[in-house]
Design a protein around this ligand. Sequence first.
Ligand code: NFE
Ligand code: MG
Length: 504
Amino acid sequence: MRQISIDPITRIEGHLKIDLDIDSGEVKSARSSGTLFRGLEEVLSGRDPRDASRITQRVCGVCPAAHAVASTLALDDAFGIQDKIPANGRIIRNLILGGNFIQSDVLHFYHLSALDYLNPEDLKGLESHNSGVKDLQTYLESTDGAPFTPEYSGDYRLGAEISEALAGDYLQALEIRKKAHQLIAIFGGKMPHNMGTVPGGTTNKPDIDSITKFRSRLGEIKEFVNNRYLPGIVELAKGYNDYFGVGQGVSNFIEYGGFYLEGFAGSHKQTSKGLEGGVISDGSDSVKDYDLSQITEEVHHSWYKEEGQGHPSKAKTLPEADKEDAYSWVKAPRYEGKPHEVGPTARMMINYLKGNELVERELGRAMDKVGIELDQLPSVMGRHLARAVECKCVIELMEDWVENLEPGKPSCAEYEMPESGRGVGLTAAPRGTLGHWIEVAEGQIKNYQLVVPTTWNASPRDEGGKPGPIEQSLLGTNIQDPENPLEAARVVRSFDPCMACAVH
Ligand code: NFE
Ligand code: MG
């Protein structure tokens, strides 16, 4: 038995340590540890509730708009104004969130994950007419290779043609992310940490100028995603087809859904959304409704006091750094007591099985192109494919929504903040499903709990010793060379972990 630690695992957001026991070239046991404490939930306590949508965005610079949306939905609920949000406000929130999805997805593939498959060394002797490749070559000649090296050696097996195409898109992908940030800034003032998403709706009213700017940028982004990103992933998937059989995980999936398409009072569950929610249990091919009462967080192996245990409407987050048997600052969310994977794979599977026409069409086409079935989607390559398909779908939805904005009409409801109340805000976020729970008393935040996508995926073991989704997905992975655990890194990165979010 050989024990190795990848600490920190690079090219993800934040501080994640992966410990592996390897025997006969195969992972026998895996532990995922969030190595940083943040404590934003405690920071929120005692504050003006309306500050929650500003403060919770500081959980993360990658998906702040998702926290802004979850937080404002929780506040709408606590203030009893869920059904008062004007259509403009609801649509602008969706457009801001959509912009965040795009920038996050493009970041994850080109700037974080592509180097798991693309060896910069291969670019050195390449005679290329692609200006992006030439710029990268010039850059690599003038440096020691950073930030692309050092990297694990291993099976980099893309042919010259696809390597050249992906490398050529690397710099353009930065431009596309900039444009996606601009989409958010048009209606949210700035990115990261937009100022536009507030209880009652949004601060910015749409006008012809903002709509035109938004449309033109979205069109340029669409061109890249449809013609470069998704086809690039399809080519990558053909070259690494065996990775549809690596990193399967826990076979349970949960998503609340996001991009609300109508106003609602009370139940978010029956409200129609651009991407729907649901639960898939034990690899079933049917989708159940989610039941929020079945969500718990466990802290048996997390450095938190017992008060951290239980339903997020009641739990606290109090650190206990010297706790025995604990190995992570990430809590362990469970649904019906079981670990669940969240993310584009969960969302695309749930929407495909529920008959979402857009997802059926786009995911169906992509699966045909790479020659896989739906049950191969929970895998390293399946997660990359699902993310790119979702990005394409979100853009198509956004194109419709922007046409429904009504210049001159209000985007925010007037309201009076009550002294007390409880609320929950649920949304899809780029890395999975996101929930914020708030309790207001005497005009202040009494308790605030976030259950975040990477908290689900990177969670440690629970009381019964069941591993979290990333831990489970590493089991059985073949590691050719324990000094260069490239295969394990590919498994972990396929989840697109964000540890700042996970520990919040
Ligand atoms: Ni920090 Fe996030 C997303 C949220 S998290 S990136 O997407 O919410 O896991
Ligand atoms: Mg939390």
